[in-house]
Design a protein around this ligand. Structure first.
Ligand code: PLP
Length: 363
C-alpha cells in the first residue's frame, strides 16, 4: 500500500480539498480546544450551534443567496429531495413538469409519479442516450404546473444545462448535486436549488436546500414531519439530531472556497481543468466524447474508446497508477473522469499523460 493520495475521479463520493482535510484532521480529536470531537459533540452544544450558523452564513456569502431564501441542511441525500420537493411544492394543482435530461432527472420524475402527483415529461433526450440538453420555453410548460424540475448537471452522462430555462411565474427547481459551487448562479432565477453534498461539498449524508421563502410552509399537515421544509427552517436544520460532521465539513469547504477567491475563482479553475481534458479528447482520434459540445459538463467528463476490452483495461491500468474510479456509470460504460472542485489540476495533467501512454501502447 502506498502512503500517497491517489487522484480519485469518482462521481461521488469524491475528493475533498486537501487543506480542508488537513484542518479537519488537526481538529479531529479536540475541536478548537473545546475538548471534544465534532464526531462526538452534542448537536445542542454552543460549539455545534456556531458550526451550523457559520456554515449557513458562509454558504449565503459565497453563493450570494438573497434574504428571502431559506437555507436548510437535510438528511437523506439527494434521494430524499426527490420526495420532499413534490410534497412541499406540488400543493395547488399537483402538476409537476419535468425535463428528463438524464437518469437523476428521470428518478425525480418517477418518484413524483409513485407518490401520485400529476407528473409530466415536457422534454427528454433519452432517445439519444442523454447526450444533449433539451431546450425548453414557457410554451412547453403547463400554465397551472406547480413547478418545473430540472437536473442542472447530469452526473452520469456528462451534460450540463447551458441556459437557465425561463419558466415565468412558475417556480423552477434545480437539482445541482453535481455542480453546486462550481459556477456563479443567480439564485433568484430558481424557486428551489438543492444538492446532495457528496459530489462537490462534503461527506455523504445530507442535502443542502435553498428555498424561496414563499415556497416554505405550504405542505399539507399530514406529510411526515421530517419531510416538511418548514420544520427544518423553523428549527434551524436541527429539528432532530442532524449529521453534524457533514454540516461541519460543508462549512469548512465554503470557507475554503471563500479563501481562494470565491466561486468565481473556483469556476476559473474548473473551466481550465475541463478545457484541458476536452481539448485533448477532441484532438485525439483514439478517444471520443459523445456529448454535444455546448452541453458538456465541467464536472463529469465522459469519454469512450469504443472497444469494451480496451476500456476495461484502461480503467484497471489507470487505477494501478493512482488514477482511481475512471469507469463510466454501470448503465453507460466507457470512461468518466469526475473532476469536481477538489480535483487539482495536477490530477487532470496526470490523467492526460496516462491517456497518451495508453493510446501509444494499445492503438
Ligand atoms: C448523486 C446524485 C443524486 C443522488 O444523491 P444521493 O445522495 O445518493 O441520493 C441526485 N442527483 C444528482 C444529479 C446526483 O449526481
Amino acid at each position: 500500500m502506498s502512503n500517497e493520495r491517489a487522484y480519485n475521479f469518482s462521481a461521488g463520493p469524491s475528493m475533498l480539498p486537501l487543506p480542508v482535510l488537513e484542518d479537519v484532521q488537526a481538529n479531529l480529536l479536540n475541536y478548537h480546544g473545546c475538548g471534544e470531537s465534532v464526531l462526538e459533540m452534542s448537536h445542542r452544544s454552543a460549539e455545534f450551534k456556531e458550526i451550523l450558523a457559520d456554515a449557513e452564513s458562509s454558504l449565503r456569502d459565497i453563493m450570494n443567496i438573497p434574504d428571502n431564501y431559506k437555507v436548510v441542511f437535510v438528511q437523506g441525500g439527494g434521494t430524499v429531495q426527490f420526495a420532499m420537493v413534490p410534497l412541499n411544492l406540488a400543493v395547488k394543482s399537483g402538476k409537476i413538469d419535468f425535463v428528463v435530461s438524464g437518469s437523476w432527472a428521470k428518478k425525480a420524475y418517477q418518484e413524483a409519479v409513485k407518490m401520485g402527483f400529476d407528473a409530466k415529461v415536457i422534454a427528454s433526450s433519452e432517445d439519444d442516450v442523454f447526450t444533449w440538453i433539451p431546450k425548453i420555453t414557457k410554451d412547453d410548460i403547463r400554465p397551472d404546473a406547480d413547478y418545473v424540475h430540472i437536473c442542472f448537471n447530469n452526473t452520469i452522462y456528462g451534460t450540463h444545462f447551458p441556459y437557465i430555462p425561463d419558466t415565468g411565474d412558475i417556480p423552477l427547481v434545480a437539482d445541482m448535486s453535481s455542480c453546486i459551487l462550481s459556477e456563479e448562479i443567480d439564485v433568484t432565477k430558481f424557486g428551489v436549488i438543492w444538492a446532495g453534498v457528496q459530489k462537490n461539498v462534503a461527506p455523504a449524508g445530507i442535502a443542502i436546500a435553498i428555498i424561496r421563502e414563499d415556497l416554505v410552509g405550504n405542505a399539507p399537515a399530514d406529510i411526515p414531519t421530517y419531510l416538511d421544509y418548514k420544520v427544518h427552517v423553523e428549527k434551524d436544520s436541527a429539528y432532530n439530531t442532524p449529521n453534524c460532521f457533514s454540516i461541519y465539513v460543508s462549512g469548512e469547504v465554503f470557507k475554503y472556497i471563500k479563501s481562494i477567491g470565491g466561486i468565481a475563482e473556483m469556476n476559473r479553475r474548473d473551466v481550465a481543468k475541463a478545457k484541458k481534458l476536452y481539448d485533448f479528447i477532441d484532438a485525439s482520434d483514439y478517444y471520443r466524447c459523445p456529448v454535444r459540445e455546448e452541453d458538456r459538463s465541467l464536472m463529469n467528463v465522459v469519454f469512450v474508446i469504443g472497444d469494451k476490452d480496451a476500456e476495461k483495461k484502461f480503467v484497471a491500468e489507470a487505477k494501478a497508477e493512482g488514477l482511481h474510479n475512471l469507469g463510466g456509470h454501470r448503465t453507460v460504460g466507457g470512461m468518466r473522469a469526475s473532476i469536481y472542485n477538489a480535483m487539482p489540476e495536477e490530477g487532470v495533467d496526470a490523467l492526460i499523460e496516462f491517456m497518451k501512454k495508453f493510446e501509444a501502447e494499445n492503438k
